[in-house]
Design a binder for this molecule. Structure first.
Ligand code: CDP
Ligand code: MG
Length: 666
């Protein structure tokens, strides 16, 4: 490596110094590389200080001169928000001032912002208005090893942008050893472009942060566990009863499992010997509010063992201090797209060896740790080394739409880190064509396709919103779009109150299905709930989620107004026939998500090959219907559930799907 110019470098005094992090030692080397090469790849274990320190190093070193920003992307919203809070604290500013974050529907930045955390998806969206991302002097793509679809697309875009903006600094941070692959990607020539930079003109370099970790004992089961949630709970109590002090981090797959486990632990902990150390179970998953997520970072009360039950967001994105024991279910929920059915769902999948290592590494940060794997050593040996990148198993329609809107017409020749399978590209193009976003030459349509790309919702919902004026139901559809974009649960389940939720929900129920029920809930909320704090409590409604829906609705409305679509809100009720028009409008966007009820109460997709079940949280659970459309799909225990379901007429499917269904749906 070349000589370091250490003369002018110094270690910045952080406003609130963290204990010496492994990255501190690399401060000078890191800044040298960033100054010398356009691309720097930083490899280091979770907790070494990459996310929180690198942007501050760059800011101190003057990379924010002339009002430029340092952007740090995260694959997850949770990480973007929690890390911004932490860095603002260290920097010593109010959140949203020098340090801020921006995620979909939530922008906490200002003119003063210098360090901006955002999701990688949002940065791609920013490129629609600022194609060269000229506001940024440096962009750090964090957690690149996760290979989320947005990360992959963003890397392709950055490679293009770099050729036009040689001064832009790109930093790629990864918790695992895929560094060479990233560096090669940036060094290779792009197809159809001038030859790559010659060897002499090296474009990037790799730096490894050596972190100190303590030994971790890995333990396996003798025989497979039948129910890993139950096994996780019993393992927690075994640890609690027999192992020395130290907090426990448990990896499960999703909110339902985690809520169940938290409840079971709380119930069983009443049997603990009085006077002994108590136990505090805390959930961590994406659907929680930021405040709820922050609890896991607090130290537990005295004489209490903290148990954090998390999805894989704790695998790399966030660091929780004090963890000595890790309990790993061996599973993760991943996106899976079936090109035959065109249905994308979240599916519980075995983790990879790389994930297992990452998870185990969460123990042993502050002293020797133990990792309890809830699977056998044989099963471990059969795990894949890495899970395939998301690009290989996702519905690509939203991304193709965005690439087209960015002026990348030939999406097949776009510079992908790993090119997606052709059948996924074809399926996505077909859907976009049927939605009217692409013409028969696969060019973006104007204005529909361009507007669909700009709207911050997925293409099927974007089409629904943009068709609403022609069905005279724009106000209603805006509400439905906002309610389905909230992300958290609209209904809160307190103390096993399933029955009460049922009866509360019946009050708002619309015979036609979930979408119109959501509309009723929202309308009741804006009339009563915003002022009356009892309203939400009595109806088991989530005040935060509904408040968020109000804000999202406002933002979506502003998009439409920018397109010149006016939204009449002074509507007299009742609106004659509006339910019918809303259902037709929903069909015009969601025809690809259609299903028919079978005599046994389950559903089949249009081709007839896939069995679907109404999710218990749906109003249509255990109710009769004929044809329906649904918002989303989730897979649990080998059953495919559909959620947010509305009854439709079969005839509408043909009327509104522009040839998507070649034959008459059966
Ligand atoms: O990105 P990387 O995993 O390398 O580390 P980081 O997120 O920058 O975190 C560095 C250290 O900051 C962690 O080891 C924690 O001690 C601390 N931290 C924290 O206490 N709370 C947070 N929300 C984030 C980081
Ligand atoms: Mg990090």
């Amino acid at each position: 490596m070349a000589d370091f110019d250490l003369g002018s470098s110094f270690i910045p005094a952080l406003h609130k110094p963290t204990a010496l992090l492994p990255i501190t030692k690399h401060h000078d080397a890191l800044l040298y590389l960033v100054e010398t090469f356009p691309v720097t790849i930083v490899v280091g274990q979770t907790g070494s200080g990459k996310t929180t320190q690198i942007p501050q190093f760059l800011e101190h070193a003057g990379w924010c001169a002339e009002g430029k920003l340092i952007g740090v992307t995260q694959p997850r919203r949770v990480a973007a928000t929690t890390v911004a809070i932490r860095v603002a604290e260290e920097y010593g500013c109010e959140l949203g001032k020098e340090v801020g974050y921006s995620i979909r529907f939530e922008d906490v930045t200002s003119a003063a912002t210098r360090i901006k955390f955002l999701t990688d998806g949002l940065l791609i969206r920013e490129a629609l208005v600022d194609p060269l991302l000229s506001r940024y002097s440096a962009i750090m793509v964090d957690e690149a090893h996760e290979r989320s679809i947005s990360t992959d697309i963003l890397l392709g875009l950055l490679k293009k942008i770099r050729r036009r903006r040689p001064e832009l600094r790109i930093i790629i941070s990864s918790a695992t050893l895929q560094a060479e692959e990233f560096l090669n990607f940036f060094s290779e020539p792009s197809e159809g472009l001038e030859p790559a930079d010659s060897k002499a003109n090296q474009i990037g370099s790799i730096i490894s942060l050596k972190g100190r970790t303590y030994p971790i004992d890995v333990l396996y089961l003798d025989s497979p566990a039948e129910d890993y949630v139950e096994k996780a709970v019993s393992t927690i109590f075994d640890i609690h009863n027999t192992e020395p002090d130290g907090d426990i981090l448990v990896f499960l797959t999703g909110r339902e499992e985690i809520d169940t486990a938290v409840q079971t632990i709380a119930e069983r902990s009443t049997n603990l010997q009085p006077g002994t150390q108590s136990i505090l179970p805390l959930p961590l998953y994406a659907g929680l509010t930021t405040e709820q997520q922050m609890y896991v970072f607090d130290s537990p009360p005295e004489n209490t063992r903290k148990i954090v039950l998390s999805t894989n967001i704790a695998e790399a994105s966030v660091t929780i201090d004090g963890i000595v024991y890790v309990v790993d279910s061996g599973f993760v929920k991943l996106r899976a797209f079936n090109p035959q059915t065109g249905i994308e769902s979240l599916t519980v999948t075995p983790i990879s060896k790389a994930s297992a290592a990452q998870r185990a590494g969460r123990a042993g940060r502050t002293k020797p740790g133990k990792c309890f794997r809830l699977f056998t050593e044989d099963a471990y040996q059969r795990l894949p080394d890495m899970n395939p990148p998301e690009m290989q198993r996702s519905n690509l329609a939203p991304f193709i739409l965005q690439l087209k809107a960015l002026g990348i017409d030939n999406v097949v020749r776009f510079d992908y880190l790993t090119p997606p399978p052709a059948e996924l590209m074809i399926k996505a193009t077909e859907l976009l064509y049927s939605l009217g976003a692409l013409d028969e030459y696969a060019k973006l349509t104007q204005p529909l396709g361009m507007r669909m790309a700009e709207l911050a919702v997925e293409p099927m919902m974007a089409k629904t919103l943009l068709s609403a004026p022609s069905f005279d139901c724009i106000s209603e559809v805006l509400t439905i779009a906002a309610m389905t974009s909230v992300g958290g649960a609209i209904w809160v389940q307190q103390d096993g109150s399933k029955k009460q939720i049922e009866s509360a929900r019946r009050k708002f129920a619309a015979e036609e299905g979930d979408h119109l029920t959501l509309l009723n809930v929202y309308q009741a909320f804006v009339i009563k709930g915003k002022k009356e704090s009892r309203f939400c409590h009595e109806n088991h409604l989530n005040f935060k989620a509904l408040t968020r829906a109000v804000s999202i609705r406002g933002q979506l409305k502003r998009y439409l107004e920018r397109f010149g679509i006016s939204v009449d809100e002074n509507l007299k009720t009742p609106r004659e026939g509006v339910a019918d028009r809303v259902r037709r409008c929903l069909t015009s966007g969601y025809f690809a998500h259609a299903a028919k009820m079978q005599p046994d109460g389950s559903y089949r997709n249009v081709e007839g090959g896939t069995v679907l079940y109404a999710h218990p949280s749906s109003l249509m659970f255990n109710r009769k219907a004929d044809w329906v459309i649904f918002h989303e799909v989730m897979e649990t225990g080998n059953k495919i559930f559909i959620r947010d379901i509305t009854k439709i007429d079969k005839g509408w499917l043909i009327e509104y799907s522009a040839g998507f269904y070649q034959t008459n749906p059966r």
